[in-house]
Design a protein around this ligand. Structure first.
Ligand SMILES: C[S@@+](CC[C@H](N)C(=O)[O-])C[C@H]1O[C@@H](n2cnc3c(N)ncnc32)[C@H](O)[C@@H]1O
Length: 557
C-alpha cells in the first residue's frame, strides 16, 4: 500500500524488503549553510541535522552513504536512483558514495538543472545557478523512456511557419539523403535525384492522411507536413533549463525553501519508471515526489523524519484525494486514541492482532469470540472498548475451551497462558477475575492494553475564536480567526480551509501556519471554515466554523 512514514530513513529503510523498489529519488539536506538547511525546525529534523553536522564533510558523506547502501539494497535489479545535490558535496557524493555502491559502470548521467538566474551578486563573483542530480542504475538493464522538452518560441517561429485548419506545421524533406531512395513518380511529381525516402505505399497513406504538401508548380518538390501538435517535442539530454524553480507566485508553492517543482519530478519519473512501478523518496519533505508519482499512476513510499513534513505531505495529498486510485496510510510514532476507538470493529481487530504479532481471523463472523491466535495457536480476543468487565473474561474462557479443549487443558497443566484479551482498558472486575483464575485454578489469561501494543496518545485540543474587523471598501467583511490549541507533546502548525465542504473533505488554502492566526474577507452569506491543528506527534484535530455574514455569527463543531 502507498505510505508516508515518519522516522529516520535509515531505520525505516532497513525494514523494507530487498529488491522491491523501482526507483529512488532523494533530495537530502545539502552539505550547506546551516540555517538554510533547517526547514521545519521540529524535533525530528533538528535531530537529523545534528547527526549530519557532528563532523565535517567526511561525516556528512558517511551519514549519507549508509542510507544510500540501504536504497541500493531495496532497489530491484532493473531500478535506478536519482540523487539530488549541489556544489557543496556533489563531487564527494559521486566518488565516495555512488561510484562505490552502484559502480562506476552503472553511472547513467549527470543531470544539470538550472534552477536560478544570475542576480546582482554575479557582478562580484561567479554565480552557481545549477543543481546536480546524479543518475545511476543498479544494473545495465534499467528502464529508460526518452524525454522531450518544448521547442522554444524562436524555433517554432522559424520552422513551424505554415498553418492550416489542423494547426501549425513545418515542411520536411521527402528526399533520401543517400543514393538508395525509392524512384517513382507521384501524382505527376518526379522523384528527387536520390529518390524518395519512403515506398509508394507509405506515400499514399500519408497523402490520404493529409500529410503531403503539393506545391503548385509540379517541378518543385513534394514535402512532408510535420504538425507541431503531433510532435513530442525536442529530445532532451542531461541539461535541463526549462524547469522553472518554485517562485513566490507558484501555484504549487507551500512556502519552504527547498521545495522542488513538480515538473522536475514528472520528468524523472516518466524517464525511469512505468505505470504501477514503486517509487521511494526517503527524504520526502513536502511530498513533491509522491504527489507526482500519484498523478503518474505509480505506487509510492515517502519517508521523513519531520512530523511537519509528513503532515504537510498528507494534507497536500488530501487535496487531490478524489483523483486517487488507491488509498494510502500515514505511519506516525503515535496513534490517535479516538481514531482507533472509532475504527470499524473488524478492521481494528485485524490490525491490532497483526501489530501484536498474531494471526487475525480471515472471516468476520462465526469466530465464537476468538478473533485470532498467536503463532503458538493461543487464542486472542479483541475488544474495541474501555473498562472491560468480568463477563468478558467468563465468556472468553468458555470460548477457548470450545475452540480447542486439548490445547486448553494442556496449557493449564503446563501453567501456560490460555488466551489474550486486547482492549483499551480493563475494569476492576475483570482484573480481579483474571487474578482469581490464576491463583485458584491455574488458568492464565493475559489482559493486554492497546497502549502496550502500539503507542497511543490523545489528539490535541482545539478551539477557534473569531473577530469581526469591519468591512472593506467592497463591502467584504474582514474576519480575524485565532486558533488556540493544546497538546501534551506541543503544537506544530495549523492549516486552514476557508471554503470547507464536508463532501469534498479538507482542502486547505493555507497549509503551514505556525501561529494559528488568519484574516480573511467574506461576502454576505453562509460560509464554512475548517481549521486543523497538528501536534508534535503528528496527531490532529479539526474545528469547523459556520460563519453567517450579515447576520449573527455562530460556531459549531
Ligand atoms: C531538502 S528536503 C526535501 C524536499 C523535497 N524534495 C520537496 O520537494 O519537498 C529534505 C528533507 O529531508 C528530511 N530529513 C533529513 N534527515 C532525514 C532523515 N535522517 N530521515 C528522514 N528524513 C530526513 C528533512 O526533514 C527534510 O524534509
Amino acid at each position: 500500500m502507498n505510505q508516508i512514514i515518519l522516522g529516520d530513513n535509515l531505520e525505516v529503510l532497513k525494514k523494507i524488503e530487498s529488491e522491491t523498489v523501482d526507483m529512488v529519488y532523494l533530495d537530502p539536506p545539502f552539505f550547506s549553510n546551516r540555517n538554510y538547511e533547517v526547514i521545519w525546525g521540529d524535533e525530528g529534523e533538528i535531530r537529523s541535522f545534528q547527526d549530519r553536522w557532528a563532523g565535517g564533510i567526511e561525516h556528512y558523506i558517511a551519514w549519507l552513504k549508509e542510507r544510500v547502501e540501504q536504497m541500493h539494497r531495496v532497489l530491484k535489479p532493473t531500478g535506478s536512483i536519482f540523487l539530488h545535490c549541489d556544489w557543496h558535496a556533489n563531487a564527494e557524493i559521486k566518488v565516495e558514495i555512488l561510484n562505490k555502491i552502484f559502480g562506476y559502470s552503472n553511472f547513467r548521467g549527470e543531470i544539470i538543472w538550472k534552477r536560478h538566474n544570475a542576480h546582482n551578486d554575479a557582478k562580484k563573483k561567479i554565480a552557481v545557478l545549477t543543481d546536480t542530480i546524479w543518475y545511476y542504475s543498479k544494473s545495465k538493464k534499467c528502464i529508460y523512456n526518452p524525454i522531450y522538452g518544448k521547442y522554444d518560441e524562436k524555433y517554432i517561429k522559424k520552422f513551424y511557419k505554415h498553418k492550416d485548419n489542423k494547426g501549425c506545421f513545418a515542411l520536411d524533406n521527402l528526399a533520401k539523403p543517400d543514393n538508395k531512395g525509392y524512384r517513382y513518380e507521384y501524382k505527376g511529381y518526379k522523384p528527387p535525384s536520390n529518390g524518395w525516402r519512403c515506398p509508394i505505399e507509405t506515400m499514399t497513406k500519408w497523402d490520404r492522411e493529409g500529410l503531403i504538401h503539393f506545391p503548385k508548380n509540379k517541378k518543385h518538390r513534394l514535402r512532408f507536413k510535420r504538425y507541431l501538435n503531433k510532435n513530442k517535442g525536442v529530445l532532451l539530454g542531461n541539461i535541463w533549463t526549462d524547469v522553472t524553480n518554485i517562485s513566490s507566485h507558484s501555484k504549487e508553492r507551500i512556502g519552504y525553501p527547498t521545495q522542488k517543482p513538480e515538473k522536475l519530478l514528472e520528468r524523472i519519473i516518466t524517464m525511469s519508471t512505468n505505470e504501477n512501478d514503486l517509487i521511494l523518496d526517503p527524504f520526502v519533505g513536502g511530498g513533491t515526489t509522491i504527489i507526482v508519482a500519484e498523478q503518474q499512476k505509480r505506487k509510492w513510499i515517502g519517508i521523513d523524519q519531520s512530523v511537519q513534513a509528513i503532515k504537510i505531505t498528507d494534507l497536500r495529498l488530501q487535496k487531490d484525494l478524489n483523483l486517487f486510485s488507491q488509498p494510502y496510510t500515514v505511519q506516525l510514532h503515535k496513534y490517535d486514541y479516538d481514531e482507533l476507538r472509532n475504527k470499524k470493529a473488524f478492521e481494528f481487530e485485524t490490525w491490532i492482532i497483526e501489530q501484536f504479532g498474531g494471526i487475525p481471523n480471515k472471516k468476520q463472523r462465526g469466530d465464537f469470540g476468538i478473533d485470532g491466535k498467536t503463532k503458538e495457536n493461543i487464542p486472542i480476543q479483541v475488544k474495541r472498548s474501555d473498562s472491560i468487565g468480568r463477563n468478558v473474561i467468563d465468556n472468553f474462557k468458555s470460548a477457548i475451551e470450545r475452540f480447542d479443549k486439548t490445547l486448553y487443558n494442556k496449557n493449564i497443566a503446563d501453567k501456560k497462558t490460555i488466551g489474550f484479551i486486547i482492549a483499551f482498558s480493563f475494569g476492576r472486575g475483570a482484573i480481579a477475575e483474571v487474578a482469581r483464575l490464576k491463583n485458584k485454578e491455574n488458568i492464565i489469561i493475559e489482559l493486554i492494553p492497546v497502549s502496550k501494543v502500539v503507542p497511543i496518545a490523545l489528539k490535541p485540543k482545539l478551539t477557534v475564536i473569531f473577530n469581526d474587523l469591519g468591512a472593506d471598501k467592497k463591502n467584504l467583511r474582514i474576519i480575524e480567526f485565532i486558533a488556540q490549541a493544546e497538546s501534551k507533546s506541543g503544537i506544530e502548525f495549523f492549516a486552514w480551509d476557508f471554503k470547507y465542504n464536508k463532501e469534498k473533505g479538507f482542502n486547505p488554502l493555507v497549509l503551514l501556519d505556525k501561529k494559528g492566526k488568519q484574516t480573511q474577507k467574506f461576502r454576505a452569506g453562509s460560509h464554512e471554515i475548517a481549521v486543523k491543528v497538528i501536534d508534535n506527534e503528528g496527531l490532529e484535530n479539526i474545528e469547523i466554523i459556520n460563519l453567517q455574514i450579515n447576520g449573527k455569527t455562530k460556531q459549531t463543531s
